[in-house]
Design a protein around this ligand. Structure first.
Ligand code: SF4
Ligand code: SF4
Length: 373
């Protein structure tokens, strides 16, 4: 790894895997960590301090459901005291009275609220929690009343792709500054539910047209970000902006990872905060250096003009589909096995036609939802 190593800018802190919802596309691993494996308050504060020293400017506080941590106000205050921009990523249900205001007072800069559907029945069914849609609407109103800028996050798949126009209307009516239309990435629970979640090609194309038209029509009113689905792509996305390039994430037990699904690559061992400092892990971890930059690339990536645009795509998707984390992301049309993506889409269609896979979600396990320190 001879290229110049820059400090990280962003960090995703998964404070807990506990969540009252059970989304079948959850990015948490299949093996969820229990509350007794979570870092305590002081260890998170030490980690945040080291992150700020390392150059991190933005921290996304996520989960699971991060508001289940009773110490969330303290964690936000610790980051705020170091001048770090804080974004809370929440499912927005069962947040106690007064807490959103307390988060804002502690220095929270932004709140990102996910909706499983634009219709109450869809939200409640996908998250497997009756009444959740109404609670989320209330959380959005409370966030705006507390003066917090708001992003609505809409994870898109076969069961809500036709609701994209309604997601846009809902985000506008809630006074959101940003709407993220993000097609589900097939890793973790989403990979286990691929047959049930994969949309039809015609619906994907319709969705892209609707989003493009809305982006033009609503320019200056609301920012609409669009994350297209990899399986229908010509080129892959730069996953996490490139492996260990300018961001990293930390699991609830302090394991430091380049991305959500990195632990699905069996040849890599990831270190935990406390075993080494964050700076040591960022700089020297063999797992972080394994796919950093371009030197690890083989053909066709090695000589491709896009190699510093998408950084070869997603290593975890290469592992899941090619069985080789160092392969070109099969989402890329230059990959020798790109045709496998179309085959997988066809297989999901056949599975839906042959069975009740369309309806049968493997719901994420719910976990214990009591608050912890
Ligand atoms: S179950 Fe749903 S709401 Fe909970 S962490 Fe996973 S994706 Fe988010
Ligand atoms: S060949 Fe590699 S670098 Fe080129 S577009 Fe495809 S994934 Fe990106």
């Amino acid at each position: 790894m001879s290229e110049l190593l820059l400090p990280p800018i962003g960090m995703l802190a998964e404070l807990t895997h506990r969540c009252p919802l059970q989304c079948p596309y959850c990015s948490n691993p299949l093996e969820l960590l229990k509350a007794n494996r979570e870092l305590d308050t002081q260890t998170w504060l030490d980690l945040f301090s080291q992150a700020a020293n390392l150059g991190v400017l933005q921290v996304h506080l996520s989960g699971g459901e991060p508001t289940l941590r009773r110490d969330l106000e303290q964690l936000i205050a610790g980051l705020s005291a170091r001048g770090v921009y804080t974004n809370l990523i929440t499912a927005g249900i069962n947040i106690a009275e007064g807490r959103i205001e307390a988060f804002a007072e502690a220095g929270l800069d932004h709140l990102q609220l996910s909706f499983q559907g634009a219709r109450p029945a869809t939200t409640d069914r996908i998250g497997n929690h009756r009444g959740s849609h109404e609670k989320k609407l209330e959380t959005a109103r409370r966030a705006r009343a507390a003066g917090l800028p708001l992003t609505i996050n809409a994870p898109i798949h076969r069961h809500n792709i036709e609701e994209v126009p309604e997601f846009i209307d809902m985000a506008l009516s809630l006074g959101a500054e940003r709407l993220e239309i993000a097609n589900v990435q097939y890793a973790g629970w989403a990979l286990a539910n691929r047959n049930a979640l994969m949309p039809e090609r015609a619906a994907v194309e319709r969705q892209a047209e609707i989003v493009t038209a809305a982006q033009e029509r609503l320019a200056g009113v609301i920012n609409i970000d669009f994350v297209p689905p990899d399986y229908f792509a010509i080129y892959p996305k730069p996953c996490m902006g490139g492996w260990a390039r300018d961001a990293f994430m930390v699991a609830p037990d302090g394991t430091v990872l380049p991305c959500h699904a990195a632990q699905t690559i069996p040849s890599l061992r990831f270190e935990r905060f406390g075993e080494r400092t964050l700076a040591e892990i960022w700089t020297d971890s063999p797992a972080f250096n394994a796919f950093r930059g371009t030197e690890w690339m083989r053909e066709p990536c090695r000589s491709c003009e896009r190699r510093e645009v998408d950084w070869g795509g997603c290593r975890c998707q290469a592992m899941a589909i090619a069985g080789d984390a160092a392969a070109t992301d099969p989402a890329c049309s230059k990959s020798p096995i790109h045709a496998r993506m179309a085959t997988l889409i066809d297989e999901t269609r056949r599975a839906v036609a042959d069975t009740a896979a369309d309806e049968a979600f493997i719901y994420r396990r719910i976990g214990v939802v009591t608050e912890s320190a």
